[in-house]
Design a protein around this ligand. Structure first.
Ligand code: BES
Ligand code: MN
Ligand code: ZN
Length: 512
């Protein structure tokens, strides 16, 4: 992977390692916007378009080596013009990033053709962004998504294998593009670096990234970006009554903690209430005494992905210097088995006084989130809340890996988040949360249980959490268990962590 991808000014054509043209399918003649490009390549573009075997199917990439002009001309397929949307651009740009790296390119120029002129995007709700901004951002998203690889523990980084291109692999790629796209391309690439932070953290193995490692990572990251970081350790958590967090983390290889990251922009009004982001950060989930079977335990290092998405989002929010105050809470713990572990049958008095009978120690995420939500509501008086959590296997069964399950108690907050998700190309699908569901969680010897049988697991999770959120504060819960890591590649990401949530949180805060 490139360490760095930058947006640069347009400047002519000939001097680049490659020019990349974005094309709709069934383009048989050179579109007028590409006439100059065709001429400068000695007609190479027109010749390719006429070939019967040529296709510009969505996600296709074809490299021409013209006799004149740029050394390489990539043709990136967008599929049919109707139904076109940002996700298609992300896929095309991701292919381009991978191809550029394999060919060891240092600079490329983008020719967007008619894409920037298109007023109709299939998935566009009333976005506040212009088409040019959506295009610039989608391309930046795709380039950085396609550039990701996790090589920290490899003897040889992946770029050094299988490439016939000679010479040293460059560490940075300049992407030249005309205005008005450049600013938004740069914005998306910058956000992309924070998505990489989230993906790298997520991939870091559980024997390294335990609770105390996450704590020191956050302290360092905060110092580097200008965020405030404070940590509620186990002793302080005891005096605050965060017994859900303490119970879940009791058997962990290092003690649980509640990490608080604060973005306090200099220009924001004094006393302005912050947006609160909360991320489930279980560094490994064995299930505890309600032990998971071996096949379900595989991949449970990704049970920290709510937290890693929030860390990535805070990294971006600080580096973009967004004008809105934001506070992030990361309850971090390892759900392990030992004589210190909590048991099914335990009754816990939580931070807000609600008592929970533990019916299943594998429903641990909601216990750590509950204390974080309740503490955060009391301490920070947030104007609105989003929590992200790999909370249930049930959401994977119900919705698969194309979208996260979403729950929201406030219609305005929901439309704000839905629009941010659209702009960011991260899909949410709303599920119900009614009083009936809240009732499901009630029990005999305590106020509520942490798991109430087999029905509607994702909704149970949300219903449980609702008992710990100040009812006056708009709140959304995103169950990201299906989207935060992929068992097999989709059209955009490889196998492994996706960083889902970083872009949507950044856009949600930016667009407030
Ligand atoms: N971390 C899991 C949820 C999960 C499952 C994430 C699969 C990613 C993939 C969570 O802590 C859990 O174990 N949930 C239980 C809840 C149940 C015991 C009520 C589940 O979904 O089975
Ligand atoms: Mn669990
Ligand atoms: Zn879990």
């Amino acid at each position: 992977m490139y360490r760095d991808i930058r947006a640069a000014a347009g400047r002519g054509r000939a001097a680049f390692d490659a020019v990349a043209a974005f094309l709709f399918d069934n383009t048989r003649r050179v579109p007028s916007e590409f006439a100059g490009l065709d001429r400068s390549t000695g007609g190479a573009l027109g010749a390719a378009l006429k070939r019967e075997e040529f296709s510009a199917a969505r996600g296709s990439i074809c490299c021409l080596y013209p006799d004149q002009g740029p050394k390489r001309l990539y043709l990136l397929g967008l599929g049919p013009a109707d139904g076109f949307d940002g996700s298609t651009l992300r896929v095309a740009a991701a292919r381009l990033a991978a191809a550029s790296h394999a060919a060891k390119l240092r600079n490329i120029r983008l020719e967007l053709g008619s894409v920037t002129g298109r007023a109709v995007w299939a998935d566009r709700r009333a976005s506040a962004l212009t088409v040019a901004a959506l295009v610039g951002r989608a391309v930046g998203d795709g380039l950085s998504i396609g550039n990701f690889s996790f090589d920290t523990y490899k003897a040889k980084p992946s770029g050094s294998r299988g490439s016939r291109a000679s010479g040293r692999t460059p560490t940075s790629l300049s992407v030249h593009v005309d205005q008005p796209l450049r600013g938004d391309l740069a914005f998306a690439l910058r956000t992309g670096a924070s998505v990489d932070v989230a993906r790298e953290l997520a991939a870091t193995p559980p024997n390294v990234a335990g609770p105390s490692w996450i704590v020191s990572y956050c302290r360092k990251m905060a110092r580097a970006t200008g965020l405030r970081c404070s940590v509620i350790g186990a002793a302080k958590a005891r005096t605050l009554g965060l017994r859900g967090l303490l119970a879940v983390g009791a058997a962990g290889s290092s003690p649980p903690a509640l990490i608080c990251l604060e973005h306090r922009p200099a220009k924001s009004k004094r006393g302005a209430r912050p947006v609160m982001l909360v991320g489930k950060t279980i560094t490994f989930d064995t299930g505890g005494y309600s032990l998971k079977p071996a096949t379900s335990m595989d991949g449970m290092k990704y049970d920290k992905c709510g937290g890693t998405a929030v860390i990535g989002a805070m990294h971006a929010i600080a580096r973009h210097r967004l004008p809105t105050p934001v506070v992030a809470l990361l309850p971090v713990a390892e759900n392990m088995v030992s004589h210190k572990g909590y048991r099914p049958g335990d009754i816990l008095r939580m931070h807000n006084g609600v008592t929970v009978e533990v019916t299943n120690t594998d429903a641990e995420g909601r216990l750590v989130l509950a204390d974080a939500l309740s503490y955060g509501c009391a301490r920070y008086r947030p104007r609105a809340i989003v929590d992200l959590a790999t909370l249930t296997g049930g959401v994977v069964v119900a919705l698969g890996s194309a979208c996260a399950g979403a729950f929201c108690t406030d219609e305005d907050w929901w439309s704000h988040l839905a629009r941010a998700a659209d702009d960011a190309g991260e899909r949410l699908w709303r599920l119900p949360l009614w009083d009936q569901h809240r009732e499901m969680m009630k029990t005999h010897h305590a106020d509520i249980v942490n798991s109430a049988g087999r029905e509607a697991h994702p909704i149970q999770g949300a219903a449980f959490l609702s008992h710990f959120v100040d009812a006056k504060v708009p709140w959304a819960h995103l169950d990201i268990a299906g989207v935060s890591d992929l068992k097999k590649p989709d059209d955009l990401h490889g196998k492994g962590p996706t960083g889902f949530g970083v872009r949507l949180l950044v856009r949600a805060v930016e667009s407030l």
